[in-house]
Every structure is written in structure tokens, then in C-alpha cells.
Design a protein around this ligand. Sequence first.
Ligand code: SF4
Length: 207
Amino acid sequence: MELYIHRYIPVTEVEGPGKRFAIWVQGCSIRCKGCAVPWTWVNENGTKMNVENLFEFIKDSKEQNEIEGVTFLGGEPFDQAEALGELGRKVKQLGLTVMTFTGYLYDDLKKQKQNQQLLSVTDLLIDGPFIEEKLDLSRPWVGSSNQNYHFLTDVYKHLETNFHQFQNKIEIRISQNGTISVNGMATKDTLKEILNQHTFKRIRSNT
Ligand code: SF4
């Protein structure tokens, strides 16, 4: 089984509780106005990866980084529900947790057969489209106030009343060739400010 992937990070601490392997799938049929990642909308612009290969990378990360789980985000994970459901099943067998983001509504997803496996392996689901007019970063990991947390298993149930322990953060990675990549949650203005400061410092340190 294959998946269209935008990218993955073997270990991150800003895409859900604890240390996690994060997979951004490629392709989203929802296309919210103001989406922060419109470059993830078209499947063909991504990389096709075999579920088995991705699973091997997750296994390696578990050994090397002691991750507690995997986060599926996008793009739209439920546009590739069957392949992600299969990957999630393997991830759970490894003793890891699964967190899944979706722009669809849980009530609609659970009516469709192809979504059942992915829903059944998901511990924490965050649902709902991003609505620009409802931009709200006060809760961890979500971008607008209409989006909701669904605790589909007991694993993260204790967080239901305890979300204040998490704050939205970003991670910035700088590769050896100077490419900068950012993940996590921040407004576009904050991101611009941080990246400008970084560039400024780099220029100063080079002179
Ligand atoms: S569901 Fe997510 S990836 Fe898709 S358009 Fe909305 S915000 Fe962007």
C-alpha cells in the first residue's frame, strides 16, 4: 500500500503530546481559505511512499528517539484513510499512540466505511476545517476556534481538562545546505518575524 507524503520528521515535540514522529500527507480536497500549507493540496506534488518503508522509519525512531507516538497531519489524512489506517494499525502494535488531524468532521467521517480503521487506531483526533475568520491559537495544536479534540481512546483522556500544560511552539530546522524548515503552530506574522531575526543574525555572524 502506498501513500502520498509531503514530508516526515522522525522526532518533534510540537505536533502533539510528547515526542512524536510526524507525517504530513500530500493532498487535500478540502482547501480551506487561508490554509497555511496550500502546497500540500495536490497529491502528485508529493512523494509516493510505501507504508512498509514508513513503518521501518517509525520503528527506527522509536529505538533512537524514544518517541511516544505518531502524528498524521497534512494535507488531509482522511483523503488517504485506508493506507494511513494500515500504517496506524502497525504503529499501535508497536505500542505507540496515534494522533490524527482532519479538516472533515468526526460525525461525517464515522459514517464512511473506508475511515473505520484509521478512526479505530486514532487516540486523539482533531477535526474541523480551518476557518480564517475564527483564527485562534490559544489552544495547543489547533488553528481556529471551531476545531475540536476527540478522545477516541482513554490514552490522552487525562489531557481533556489539562491542556494548559501545553503551549503552541515551533521548531526550526536548518539543514547543512542552509535550507530552513519550520513546523508547529504560530501566526504567519510571528513566523516572518522569527525568520527575519534568524536571517539577520546569520548575516551578522558571517560578517
Ligand atoms: S484541511 Fe488542513 S491542509 Fe486542508 S486546506 Fe484545510 S487547513 Fe489546509
